[in-house]
Design a binder for this molecule. Structure first.
Ligand code: 0A1
Ligand code: ZN
Length: 881
């Protein structure tokens, strides 16, 4: 039974609207304390719909100041305002009609950063998912697509720039120093893709000629004075436009494409039609202020938002349960773009690391949900790594199962069949089935079943006949609301590595489908039998991480080492080293807890030294392979009764042992081959910097001397090297005079650069140990800290809670209590941000008993407040269920 006050939304309740909205004309008169919004909407009643049904429009925190039907004011008995809805009765049955709604809003008071808000002198909007209803009463749902015409009126001196979606059709001066601009977007769109920006910004401009030789004007708006940092984003945009034409045949459709960078933004960026709005940290970059990772993220996110023009905007979601239809697919397209722009295996390893660090824990904790959920209380809380990254993996698996050419055929059909539509995951899958004839009904379970599948593998080799039997069993753990799970269709790329390191190819396979190197695991238990293998191979399962699963496979250590050294698939090589390292680190943690001496497996130190010395490997890959799993990775591997202090000690011990064993190699790598060369952000140069910096951190560990890192800091000519040196100092030489000096220098050097100071906040927030809390509290009173800015909050409080396991989980629970207080305050200001921050504690039940109990007390304290936002209420209740 559903209670009356239950605001949960269920997929099964979906039905189309009673009225069809064709066009909307909006007029904004902008004022920071009072903005008026006029909305003129042309509707008609849908054929077949209930002919007496009222029109029910969504609203949120609006003041209604006018309401008219076909130009005549509506009498109070014709409408009601209930639970934020505007309900209008007795509307025409056959004739179209025009409804005019006037609302008043206060952009400067909007600290939620949803709807229309004004910060730093800029008006901007964020309407996904349900922000438009904070601007005007509307059919605020993705399946209502209308053509928009938008007039913006504002003071010309403070807002010389007036932008909205589509094409500029009129612009003129008005009285009293005001001016107006009128925009028209010919493409019907849902309200979540609406955008408006007004203010005074700098701009860079470029152009792109599309494959059908149309010229598109490209404009990128940033804070005055920051134009010099916008070039890389512009360049990324042009590469993304070209790539989408070449790889997927997708051409841009308007004459202008604009990006605006704002400094107060809840998320990364937003794909509003023709007018993307970005968190400025994902636009601004130059060598002195941005790291190589920043450059990589900018390239990826600029491309991601651009790719949405087809996957999301031209074809959108029928309802928010289908969110992964646009997000999963767009992340997959973004990943493929990055792989083509950079080194494919390096990009793939980074994706695997991200998935394991973020999506797997989500999928195994209290917030687990399917890629396509069936219910939600607050849709904002479903912009998750499951919907995004697991959704992307699901599209990747479709490509693996069908092959790239067939995947493209299916996607072509999708664009052709559904252009202009608002569709479902089923519609998407059907295109691949229809284009290729392959039945994906079993595969579709990936969208509906939550939890990370676990595969247990065992193998037997019969030397006499050269036969290998590989038995695979799969199961998926229970998740909230889904107790029983069915076996999935899992595509597993599998290699056989012979004793000399070469790939072996079996002469035949039985027990299941194998195409190319893909095994199709479809049953709960399945034994594949491979004939014609003249020697016992090391079995490399899940090459390229072809399926987002966990694999339990008791490979002999020499097989792991063989894979690490010889696999032709670099992702599998990385994974083998990573497994070797995790095995060692987990054993070291156990020893640490029982007070034994900490063992360090020479197989690990030898393999890592071998990597460090191998000149044939590309530097970026070497850097990844040499990076030990993080303390959080080790915790996840241990899984329960986690003691973060033991992990911290164990990891440092193993790191020091690796540093000593590879000392010679690391010394060689730490001297730069091209330190004085002019900076280039390309992937190859970035790889060299990454390798040099990881070598430097090992050297610092081996020598126990802060001097080389301080020298590297002083010498640095780019942010990658500077922050790498600062991190080594802060994390490995906390409290040293060199560290203090470098931290002060950085604070001073970037005093007027809030985005750059975020790295300074994060570096310090993630210093391990019991002093972290006090350090974070002190930093909160730094003048550069601003509780109203989501980037600052994430850089300091977010980083502390999510990336400082020993500091945040101090055994006395003081940090939990600090965090709970912060959450309660922050919730009043910005619920979207706060609910996301809260998820940092979602895995608290995996901690050892004392910490777990202390964490629980604080979580329950938060839950006991009866005035929480719906966002926070949803998260905390699910965490405590
Ligand atoms: N669609 C955007 C993500 C996004 C979602 C919600 C936002 O505000 C609450 C903002 C952005 C993307 O995938 O990039
Ligand atoms: Zn997206």
């Amino acid at each position: 039974m559903r209670a009356d006050d239950d605001r949960t939304v269920y997929l099964e309740d979906y039905r189309p609207t009673d009225f069809v909205l064709e066009t909307v004309e909006l007029i904004f008169e902008l004022g920071e304390n009072l903005t008026t919004v006029g909305s003129e909407m042309r509707f008609y009643r849908r054929g077949g719909a209930d002919q007496s049904a009222p029109l029910v429009l969504d609203g949120d925190s609006l003041a209604l100041s006018g309401l008219a039907l076909d130009g005549k004011p509506l009498l109070p008995e014709r409408y009601e305002q209930k639970h934020d809805k505007l309900i209008i009765h007795d509307l025409p049955t056959d004739e179209p009609f025009t409804l005019t709604v006037k609302t008043r809003i206060k952009p400067a008071e909007n600290t939620q950063l949803l709807g229309l808000y004004r910060t730093n002198g800029i008006y901007s909007t964020q309407c996904e998912a349900e922000g438009f209803r904070r601007i005007s009463y509307f059919y605020d749902r993705p399946d209502v697509l209308a053509v928009y015409t938008v007039t913006i009126i504002a003071d010309k001196a403070t807002s010389p720039l007036l932008l909205s979606n589509g094409n500029l059709v009129e612009q003129k001066e008005l009285e009293d120093g005001r001016h107006m601009a009128k925009w028209h977007d010919p493409f019907p769109k849902p309200a979540y893709l609406f955008a408006l920006v007004a203010g005074d910004l700098g701009m860079i401009e470029d152009k792109f000629t599309t494959m059908s030789r149309r010229d598109v004007t490209l404009r990128l708006f940033v804070e005055h004075g920051k134009e010099g940092r916008a070039g890389y984003a512009m360049n990324s945009l042009k590469r993304a436009m070209k790539w989408d034409e070449e790889r997927f045949g997708r051409e841009y459709d308007l004459d202008i494409f604009m990006i605006v960078a704002v400094s107060d933004f809840n998320m990364g960026a937003m794909e509003n039609k023709g007018l993307n709005i970005f968190n400025d940290r994902l636009i601004l970059a130059d060598p002195e202020t941005a790291t190589d990772d920043d450059y990589g993220r900018i390239e990826a996110v600029v491309a991601h938002e651009y790719f949405h023009n087809w996957t999301g905007n031209r074809i959108t979601c029928r309802d928010w349960f289908q969110l992964s239809l646009k997000e999963g697919l767009t992340v997959y397209r973004e990943h493929e773009f990055s792989a083509d722009q950079r080194s494919r295996s390096v990009i793939r390893v980074e994706e695997v690391k991200f998935l394991r660090a973020h999506q797997f824990p989500e999928d195994s904790g209290p917030l687990a949900h399917p890629v396509r959920p069936t219910q939600y209380l607050e849709i904002d809380n479903f912009y998750t790594t499951t919907v995004y990254e697991k959704g992307s993996e699901v599209s990747r698996m479709i490509a693996t199962i069908l092959g790239q050419d067939n995947f493209r055929k299916g996607l072509d059909l999708y664009f052709e069949r559904h252009d202009g539509g608002a569709v479902t995951i089923e519609d998407y899958l059907k295109c691949f089935e229809d284009a290729t004839g392959r039945d994906l009904s079993h595969f579709a379970l990936w969208y509906h079943q939550a939890g990370t599948p676990e595969i247990t593998a065992s193998s037997e080799y019969d030397e006499k006949v050269g036969r290998l039997s590989l038995t695979l069993s799969q199961s998926t753990p229970s998740t909230p609301g889904q107790k029983e799970k069915k076996p999935l269709h899992i595509p597993l790329r599998t290699g056989f590595i012979g004793p000399n390191g070469d790939d072996m190819e079996p002469s035949s396979v039985s027990g299941g489908e194998r195409r190319d190197d893909v095994l199709h695991l479809t049953k709960e238990h399945q034994t594949f039998v491979f004939e014609g293998l003249g020697a016992r191979p090391a079995v490399s399962l899940n090459r390229d991480f072809s399926a987002p699963v966990k694999i339990e496979y008791d490979l002999p250590k020499e097989d792991l080492v063989r894979i690490a050294q010889h696999e032709s698939d670099l992702v599998a090589r990385w994974d083998a080293v990573n497994t070797l390292a995790l095995n060692t680190l987990a054993a070291a943690t156990r020893a640490c807890q029982s007070g034994e001496t900490i063992p360090v497996d020479p197989a690990l130190t030898d393999t890592l030294t071998g990597f460090a010395e191998d000149d044939a490997l590309e530097p970026a890959f070497k850097a990844l392979a040499l990076t030990l799993p993080s303390e959080l990775d080790i915790g996840r591997r241990i899984g329960q009764d986690i003691d973060p202090d033991a992990i911290h000690l164990a990891r440092n011990t193993v790191r020091d042992a690796v540093a000593k064993a590879g000392h010679k190699a690391f010394s060689a790598l730490s001297v730069s081959p091209a330190e004085d060369a002019p900076f280039s952000a390309d992937a190859e140069s970035a790889g060299k910097r990454a390798l040099r910096n990881i070598a430097l951190s090992y050297l610092a560990a081996a020598n126990g001397d802060a001097t080389p890192a301080k020298e590297a800091y002083d010498r640095a000519t780019n942010m990658t090297d500077r922050i790498a040196a600062l991190r080594i100092l802060a994390h490995q030489f906390t409290g040293a005079a060199e560290t203090k000096a470098a931290l002060e220098d950085y604070r001073e050097r970037f005093a007027r650069e809030p985005l750059v100071l975020d790295k300074w906040f994060t570096t310090q927030a993630t210093i391990a140990g019991p002093d972290a809390l006090e350090r974070v509290q002190n930093l909160m009173s730094d003048t550069a800290f601003d509780i109203g800015n989501p980037n600052r909050v994430r850089a300091l409080v977010g980083a502390f809670a999510s990336s400082n396991p020993s500091g945040f989980n101090r055994p006395d629970g003081a940090a939990y209590s600090f965090f709970a207080n912060f959450i309660l305050t922050s919730d009043k200001r910005n619920p979207t941000l706060t609910a996301r921050l809260m998820t940092a504690m979602r895995s608290f039940s995996a901690l050892e008993k004392t910490r777990r109990e202390k964490a629980l007390i604080e979580l329950e304290r938060i839950a006991s407040h009866d005035d929480l936002s719906r966002n926070l209420r949803d998260i905390i209740d699910r965490m405590l269920k």
